[in-house]
Design a protein around this ligand. Structure first.
Ligand code: NAD
Length: 298
């Protein structure tokens, strides 16, 4: 793989291990985050700390951003202090955050108007995928940009998919996450129902993972204690993937459903369930804490 200079912005649960894997792969990283502690950790794994967003965006071949929502993506890319106004000519811009299609297209258009190639490149695979460099990247933008970006995306993920024009990476991601959110809620219901009927959760897990109800959420993040060692339920729901971010993605799916006139009845119910979880004060817990609505442990 060709080694590159990368400016990395957003060193949270996902961004930090993704940046670490780029350093491990031999890329040269300069990083920026609003959180000093996150930057201290990045310096420890070999990245260069930048004093500002503008400094992180300058003099690199690629800029990667991994921030929470469309609001932060717009904030880091647009305006006189943003990446687009401050990056060196020829820099390829990769936004890996999960955001609304409109913000992705708006930022993509602003980048194009300023002469930059850009991809929306959201990921799936969770923190574990970020740590093991096994993420799936769903990319929207020009094919030639996608081909060039493989040099960097390949250091953080295993499966790289070109979904089409700008914004279509986000579109694919939103569909995936609506399904994952529904699966997490449905998995919680099935596992608690089984437990209440007297089935040993480990036995039920064994049955379902090899039957027609098998799904990734159950396999990796079963919400009943003591079934899957690495599941968030075994560490007081420390995230992982925060319920707040799941609610954000579920709402994005419902915005997209309205925009296209698509009926998503189950998606709508699951969205309401995550909203109830947030209202109960659990937005910062792992999204698998949706099980609290079923157990009543709210
Ligand atoms: P996080 O909240 O842990 O991290 C976000 C980071 O961005 C924080 O460190 C924050 O300080 C930084 N940040 C915010 N605004 C900034 C700004 N203006 N300038 C610089 N830094 C800024 O979130 P996360 O879990 O890492 O998720 C990031 C994105 O990835 C989200 O869009 C999320 O939906 C998506 N995602 C998360 C997961 C997961 O399992 N956590 C999985 C797939 C996709």
């Amino acid at each position: 793989m060709r080694m590159a200079t990368v400016g990395f912005v957003g060193l949270g649960h996902m961004g930090s291990p993704m940046a670490r894997n780029l350093v491990k792969a031999g890329h040269s990283l300069q990083v920026f985050d609003l959180n000093e502690e996150a930057m201290n950790i990045a310096v420890q794994f070999g990245a260069k700390r930048c004093a500002s967003l503008q400094e992180a965006a300058k003099g690199v071949a690629f800029v990667v951003t991994m921030v929470p929502t469309g609001k932060e993506t717009r904030a880091v890319y647009l305006g006189p202090q943003g990446i687009i106004a401050n990056a060196s000519p020829g820099t390829i811009l990769l936004d890996c955050s999960t955001i609304d299609v409109d913000s992705a297209r708006a930022v993509g258009e602003a980048a194009k108007a300023a002469g930059f190639q850009m991809l929306d490149a959201p990921v799936s695979g969770g923190v574990m995928g970020a740590e093991n460099a096994t993420l799936t990247f769903m990319c929207g933008g020009e094919a030639k940009t996608f081909e060039t970006a493989k040099a960097v995306l390949g250091g953080m993920g295993k499966k790289l998919v070109h979904c089409g024009a700008s914004g279509l990476g986000q579109a694919a991601k939103i569909c995936n996450n609506m399904l994952a959110g529904i699966c997490a809620a449905a998995t919680a219901e099935a596992m608690v129902l089984g437990k209440n009927l007297g089935v040993d959760p480990k036995v039920l897990y064994d049955v379902i993972t090899t039957s027609s109800g098998a799904n990734f959420v159950l396999q990796t993040n079963c919400p009943i204690p003591g079934v899957v060692a690495t599941a968030a339920v075994n560490r007081d729901f420390k995230p992982g993937f925060k319920a707040a971010l799941m609610l954000k993605d579920m709402r994005l799916s419902q915005d997209a459903a309205r925009m296209t006139g698509t009926p998503t009845a189950i998606g709508a119910v699951a969205t309401q369930m995550y909203a109830m979880l947030e209202r109960a004060g659990h937005a910062e817990l792992d999204s698998s804490s949706i099980v609290k609505l079923v157990t009543g442990d709210i």
